[in-house]
Design a protein. Structure first.
Length: 483
C-alpha cells in the first residue's frame, strides 16, 4: 500500500536499530523518499552488540542445561575408557567458538536487514547524523568524520538507542571489568564472574554464565533480583539461582570495582569486598542523545537525556518523532519497532493506534524465562485495576512433568465481575512464546470464558493457560476473589 502525495514525502531517520529499521520500511512501503543514517550498521546495537548476541549466548546456555539435565529423563551420556568401562564425560564450553558464532549471527542478521532496506528503495548513509534545525540532518562520513553529507526532510525520526551506563569508580577496561558489549571478546569462561546490577540485563547474564559453568556472584542493591517485576517470578528465579550455586548479595551497593591484575575486587558500600576473575557492570543505560542537535531543534528531553514522546512517538516538535531506548517509553526492541512504524503512520496520514503500556508483552531471557503482559499484581495493590488473580504451578502440567520441568507458573489477572483478562505472567521454558495468547486476550479484551473455550493440544504447556482461565469462571458468575 502507498499513500498519494503531490510530491514524495521526504523522511530522514537517524539510527538503524529496530525503531529506525521499521520506520524506514514503513515509510518506503507508503511511497516516501527515505534516507537512513546509521553509524555502526543496520540493526544498531540491538542486533550487533546487544539483543541478538546476548540471546544467542543464552540459547547456548540453555542447550548446556538441557544436556546436563538429560539424565533425569533417563538419557545418559557415557564414553568407554581403555579398560572398556564406561566413563561419564564432562560438558565443555568452548566460549571462543560460542562468541564467534553469535557475532557471526549478529552480523548476518544486520546484513539481511540492510538487504531488505535496499530492496525497499531506502537510501542508506553510513556515518554519524545530527539534526541541523527541524528539517535537515548533517551526516559526518569518511575517516575521522571529515566528509559531510546533508539530507533535507519533511519528517525526521530519531532512533539512536542507548549505551551501557558507566560509573566513575568502576570503569570498564575490556579486560577484567566489562560492559555487556565487551563480553564477546572473551575466549575462555570466567572462573568467577561478579555481576553488578540485578535488573533484566544483570539477571540474564548471571543466569547464562552460571549455566555455562562459571561461578557467579550477583550484587543487587535491592531486596531481591529483578526489582519492579512480578514478586512471585523473582522469587522463583532466586530459588533457581541459589540451587545452581549462585551467590546472591542483596541490599549490597558496589562503590568501587578495581582490576587487580589477575582478577577484580568489588568494594561494597558497607565495606565488604568480593573478589573474582571478572566483573560485569550491568547498571543501566544512557540514551545516545548528546551532541546530535536535539536541543537546538527544540526537542524536549528529560534530565537524563531521554526524548519525551507521546503515544504515537511524536516529540515536542511536530515533524520530529523518536523511537526506542532513547525515548521516555519502555526500552524494548519490540516497542522500538512499533514506535518506528507508528511514527511513520502518523506522520504520513495512515491509520495509527496509539501505544498503551498495558498491551506491551515483555520477556526476561533467564532460565526459566519470565514473560509479562498487561496489569500486574502491584497494580491491584495500588488500586489501578480491580482484578483477581489465579496462579497455577507449571509442575502440575502433564507436559511439564514429561519434560522434567519443576519450576515456574502461569498467572492470570482478570477484572472482577466481567472476567475480562487484563494481565498475565508466565515463568517457565519458552515463556516468550507462551505469553502470546494472553497478550491477544489483553489486546482484544477477551474474557476468561472466551479464552477457555479455545482448544489447546493435550498435553501441552499452553494447556496451563486454559486451565487457569477455566478456574476463573467463578469470577464472572459471582465476582468471588480467588488468589
Amino acid at each position: 500500500m502507498s499513500l498519494s502525495f503531490e510530491h514524495a514525502q521526504r523522511v530522514a531517520i537517524i539510527g538503524g536499530g529496530p525503531g529506525g529499521y521499521d520506520a524506514a520500511l514503513a515509510a518506503a512501503q507508503l511511497g516516501a523518499d527515505v534516507t537512513l543514517v546509521e553509524r555502526s550498521g543496520v540493526g544498531g546495537s540491538a542486533v550487533i552488540t546487544d539483543v541478538v548476541p546476548s540471546k544467542t549466548l543464552i540459547a547456548t546456555a540453555d542447550a548446556a542445561v538441557a544436556i546436563a539435565g538429560a539424565s533425569d529423563l533417563g538419557v545418559q551420556l557415557f564414553a568407554r575408557g581403555g579398560d572398556g568401562k564406561p566413563l561419564k564425560p564432562e560438558i565443555a564450553i568452548n566460549l571462543g567458538a560460542v562468541n564467534r558464532r553469535l557475532l557471526a549471527l549478529a552480523r548476518q542478521q544486520s546484513d539481511d536487514m540492510r538487504a531488505s532496506l535496499v530492496e525497499a528503495g531506502v537510501r542508506i548513509i553510513s556515518g554519524h547524523g545530527r539534526l541541523e534545525g527541524r528539517n535537515s540532518v548533517v551526516v559526518s562520513t569518511g575517516a575521522g568524520g571529515t566528509d559531510f553529507d546533508r539530507v533535507e526532510a519533511d519528517t525526521l525520526v530519531v532512533s539512536v538507542g542507548a549505551s551501557p551506563r558507566r560509573l566513575p569508580n568502576a570503569m570498564p577496561d575490556g579486560e577484567r571489568i566489562l560492559s555487556w558489549t565487551q563480553l564477546y571478546d572473551m575466549t575462555t569462561l570466567p572462573e568467577h564472574l561478579i555481576v553488578v546490577g540485578s535488573g533484566v540485563t544483570g539477571a540474564e547474564f548471571a543466569s547464562a554464565y552460571m549455566n555455562l559453568g562459571s561461578k557467579v556472584t550477583l550484587v543487587s542493591s535491592r531486596d531481591q533480583v529483578l526489582p519492579g517485576e512480578d514478586a512471585d517470578a523473582a522469587a522463583v528465579l532466586e530459588k533457581v539461582f541459589k540451587r545452581g550455586g549462585m551467590t546472591l548479595l542483596s541490599k549490597a551497593r558496589a562503590d568501587r570495582v578495581e582490576n587487580i591484575g589477575d582478577g577484580v575486587r568489588v568494594t561494597l558500600s558497607d565495606g565488604r569486598t568480593v573478589e573474582g576473575s571478572h566483573c560485569l557492570m550491568a547498571v543501566g543505560s544512557i540514551p545516545n542523545t548528546a551532541g546530535i542537535g536535539l536541543e537546538d531543534a527544540g526537542v524536549e528531553m528529560t534530565a537524563s537525556g531521554n526524548i519525551r514522546v507521546n503515544r504515537v512517538a511524536r516529540t515536542s516538535v511536530p515533524n520530529i518523532y523518536a523511537a526506542g531506548d532513547c525515548t521516555t517509553f519502555v526500552p524494548l526492541a519490540s516497542v522500538a519497532s512499533m514506535q518506528g512504524r507508528m511514527a511513520i503512520f502518523h506522520a504520513l496520514g495512515d491509520v495509527v493506534i496509539p501505544l498503551e503500556h498495558r498491551r506491551i508483552a515483555a520477556n526476561i531471557f533467564t532460565a526459566p524465562e519470565i514473560a509479562t503482559v498487561g496489569y500486574q499484581e502491584r497494580d491491584i495493590a495500588s488500586g489501578a485495576v480491580n482484578a483477581v488473580v489465579r496462579k497455577l504451578p507449571l509442575a502440575a502440567n502433564p507436559r511439564a512433568k514429561m519434560m522434567g520441568i519443576k519450576d515456574g507458573f502461569v498467572k492470570i489477572l482478570a477484572n472482577k465481575g466481567s472476567g475480562t483478562v487484563v494481565g498475565g505472567v508466565i515463568v517457565g521454558p519458552r515463556a516468550s512464546d507462551m505469553i502470546y495468547p494472553i497478550a491477544i486476550a489483553v489486546e482484544r479484551r477477551l474474557t476468561v470464558d472466551q479464552v477457555s473455550r479455545v482448544f489447546t493440544v493435550y498435553p501441552s504447556l499452553s494447556g496451563s493457560i486454559t486451565d487457569a482461565m477455566r478456574a476463573m469462571h467463578v469470577v464472572e458468575s459471582d465476582g468471588g476473589d480467588e488468589n
